[in-house]
Design a protein. Structure first.
Length: 568
């Protein structure tokens, strides 16, 4: 426990009395967690459980991060007072209060603020940063984490999440703020004239831009029913209006989950990668005999799809939905002669290789970046300036997609529209998305991808992570799961090893190991950037689903055996 920080909080004369009372009521374990350290600011900003303490999300930590960011802006943007900052927030506990605090601190420093009047999706924040030509943006959100969490994400002037270099600079400014507990957060002076509230009119501007991104604007519509749920989050503010305006008149919303609820009362896990997030929607789908369900996560940058399969519902993985979208978009843009010689698809190093095969069919270039959509967004902005490539599609396996480079972040809003369009397109041909997915596998091979997520005790997380990464970095095995290891990429060392050769990896340094196996299989290992977890990604490819499934089980069993040896 950081005793210095604890004493600082306990001895403060300005701190809210309710906060101090909570500290006195906490047991030793709670105190150790609340003051384990100061929350480390990184490329995802900060994200932590809500509560008092230097290692928790609260008004004082938000103030400290904001004051550091303000000082960074003043030193690096001479136009900050003129251009300002855009602020958005989601449905979580204190999100609106934190956003208001950030806005007031900005205004107290004479910085113009564009603040959404209510919760709004992450892609809408990204769009309006560019729309207002602002110097950056802040999003108060914990994305798909459970109800105990909140977070603070920073965006650059291009509407992209900040990269490592900028995050490191901002971090130094935050570390130099030592007076956050001395602020009277309720009575400090600020200039209301500098805070511009963004209402419904700006939703219409955003929606009209997205409508222009449809792939087949003249497609005949069929009145097929579909269910949408925003899982109590920001997507409910925009997605139903967008789909209605596009002509999809038979969208059934889960009304209980359109409500902004920080407790997530009707959903045990607000993550569209988890089937349990769809429980209420599946119940409704059975009642109404509906075959498709769409769900966006709380900040509406990611979206998932459930499809009826006989009497059950199958949740498409991020890789499967990505392959379907990429296949549809490229096929239709090719028909319309919109693909160019420099057309490009961007994915990540842990995304299925199936997308690469689809892109290759249409002679697209492919770039694979590190995990995190900020790396895709950064390339979008680079190529917008250089014109070296024409962006066609970008995605990551965790349900993050961007149809068009009108923004520089993943986007559940525009993707929801294209998903409905795609379903409609195949409905006309009497095909379901599962039928089309089977056709894709038949053409390219049965790529089966799986993620193993290992949650670690925060007390031992660092050692477990170090032990795991060191093991795979110094691997002496020749095979895993009866498949030969043909190459290893160590992104921390930025080297690829194969056949006694070393090649430099031209990607930023990252704590990731990727093992390339024979027969287009691979394993990637990395720690989570926001939680005490180890994530392991697996891919196998065979000529049938059964063969791929069997090989995946063998590979997974070997990985589990290795992990047991590391942790004992």
């Amino acid at each position: 426990m950081n005793n210095k920080e604890y004493q600082k909080w306990i001895e403060s004369y300005v701190i809210n009395p309710d906060i101090k009372e909570q500290l006195f009521l906490m047991d030793q374990k709670e105190l150790e967690e609340a003051f384990a350290s100061e929350i480390e600011f990184g490329t995802a900003g900060i994200r932590a459980k809500i509560g008092p303490g230097s290692n928790r999300m609260n008004h004082y930590v938000v103030a400290k991060v904001t004051l550091g960011y303000i000082n960074y802006l003043k030193d690096h943007f001479t136009s900050i007072y003129e251009k300002g900052i855009v602020i958005a927030y989601d449905n979580r506990k204190f999100s609106q209060e934190f956003a208001g605090l950030v806005a007031n601190l900005m205004a107290a420093n004479n910085i113009k603020v564009y603040l959404f009047e209510d919760l709004r999706p992450t892609p809408q924040l990204s769009f309006f940063i560019k729309y207002f030509n602002a110097c950056g943006g802040i999003n108060i959100t914990a994305s798909h984490n459970n109800k105990d969490y909140n977070g603070y994400k920073v965006y650059d002037q291009n509407g992209c999440q900040i990269l490592v270099e900028e995050a490191d600079l901002i971090k130094k400014y935050i570390e130099n703020v030592h007076n956050e507990l001395e602020l009277d957060l309720h009575n400090f002076k600020h200039n209301d004239n500098l805070i511009h509230i963004l209402g419904d009119t700006y939703d219409d501007i955003f929606i009209d831009v997205i409508l222009d991104k449809m792939i087949n604007k003249n497609l005949e519509y069929r009145s097929f029913p579909i269910i949408y749920t925003g899982l109590h989050g920001t997507g409910s503010q925009v997605i139903p209006k967008l789909l209605a305006k596009a002509g999809f008149s038979h969208v059934f919303n889960i009304s209980e989950q359109l409500v902004s609820d920080p407790e997530f009362t009707t959903v045990p896990n607000p993550n569209p990668e988890s089937l349990e997030a769809y429980d209420l929607a599946i119940q409704k789908a059975h009642e109404l005999n509906i075959d498709y369900i769409l769900a966006s996560d709380p900040d509406a940058d990611r979206i998932g799809v459930c499809v009826r399969k006989d009497y059950e519902f199958k949740l498409l993985t991020g890789n499967e939905l990505g392959a379907l979208l990429l296949n549809y978009i490229l096929k239709e843009r090719n028909k319309q002669n919109l693909l160019q010689e420099n057309s490009l698809m961007i994915d990540t190093i842990v995304t299925s290789d199936l997308g690469k095969m689809i892109a290759a069919k249409y002679q697209l270039y492919n770039l694979s970046v590190l995990t995190g959509f900020k790396y895709i967004g950064s390339l979008i902005n680079e190529f917008e300036n250089t014109k070296e490539f024409k962006y066609e599609f970008g995605y990551e396996e965790s349900l993050g997609y961007l149809i068009d480079p009108y923004i520089a972040d993943k986007d559940a809003v525009s993707t929801s529209l294209v998903i409905c369009e795609m379903i409609n397109y195949y409905q006309i041909q009497n095909l379901s998305l599962l039928d089309v997915l089977e056709q894709i596998y038949h053409e390219y091979g049965y790529y089966l991808n799986k993620q193993i997520s290992i949650t670690l005790d925060s007390k031992f997380a660092k050692k477990r992570i170090d032990d795991t990464m060191n093991y795979f970095s110094n691997l002496e095995l020749e095979s895993i799961g009866n498949i030969d290891i043909v190459a290893v990429e160590d992104y921390n060392k930025q080297l690829r090893y194969s056949m006694n050769e070393q090649v430099k990896i031209m990607l930023p340094q990252a704590n990731v190991i990727k093992l390339f196996l024979a027969n287009d299989s691979w394993i990637a290992i990395r720690p989570s950037g926001t939680e005490p977890k180890i994530k392991i990604y697996l891919q196998v490819k065979r000529n049938s689903f059964e063969a791929s499934k069997e090989q995946m089980e063998v590979l997974q069993n070997d990985i589990n055996t290795i992990l047991e040896e590391i942790y004992t």
